[in-house]
Ligand binder design. Sequence first.
Ligand SMILES: [Fe+2]
Length: 342
Amino acid sequence: MQHMARLLPRLATLTVIALACQAHADDKVLNIYSARHYQTDDAFYADFTKQTGIRINRLDGKEDELLERIKNEGARSPADILITVDAARLAIADEAGLFQPIQSKVLAQRIPAHLRAPNWIAFSTRARVIVYNKANVKAEWVQTYGDLAHPRLKGQVCVRSGSHPYNLSLGAAFIAHDGEQQAEAWARGLVQNFARAPKGGDTDQIKAVAAGECGVAISNSYYLARLMRSTKPEDQKVMDAVGIVWPNQATWGTHINVSGAGIIKTAPNREAALKFMEYLASDKAQAYFADGNNEWPAVPSVKIDNPALKAMGAFRADTLPVTQLARNAARAQKVFDRAGWR
Ligand SMILES: [Fe+2]
């Protein structure tokens, strides 16, 4: 919100400038609305400007606020690009008609098909993993998401809200692979096993596992990598107490979610926008996501240099198309509601 306040006046000015110069619109600026808030991202924005000479105006905000803003601005929106995390959220923006089709050979070549939709692309991935307390829980007990619903883990499960997109996408994958009935049975079992009512973010669940308040939790991989790379003694203590499991290695593969972006339908700086999308798939930008924010590059050939990702090792990721995750997210919400996963 702080960023928003700072950038609002600048964007208001931008709208005026864009309208005044419509006849000879050049592509030397790019207006990005971002719901991705990682400080390390500043580096790749700066690098894009250095490489292309295109200045970036960035409006940071919450997902819903940015979507509403683009809708309200209508045809006069200065927004060229929307960046956010989670496949379902990207799909919501797409269904609202905010994006335009992406025509790029570069992106078609670099980004694997299951990480692309016609109107948006995923540029990095994160895995949803199981974290367990090494003193109280055996890794063999929690080899799949399904295992978390086993009665043996009664009173042991900590997880954030069922309506958070990270869990909805996991639920969406569950539905796609095993069907809605099984997904619901799983969610019910999970709720039965809760150590406490869902609260906090993924990092809070990891810390609760380390503290012994719960035996197991579900978390995105980059939160774990962040703790692994932290020099704070309390974070190192947390990571000493917990183990990490790549779930579902023998079945559908570990669920992954994405960061992604689309070009806004009314983008005033279309060429610059496409350049930026292609930049996101470049070796350099891809390495920023991996090294800066501990995500995996969407482009498979990219070499990364991240000690935490290296320590976490290789795993088999689910290759379910991101478009299908997006499609099932609303069903997942209903399933979780029925199961009482608030
Ligand atoms: Fe996150």
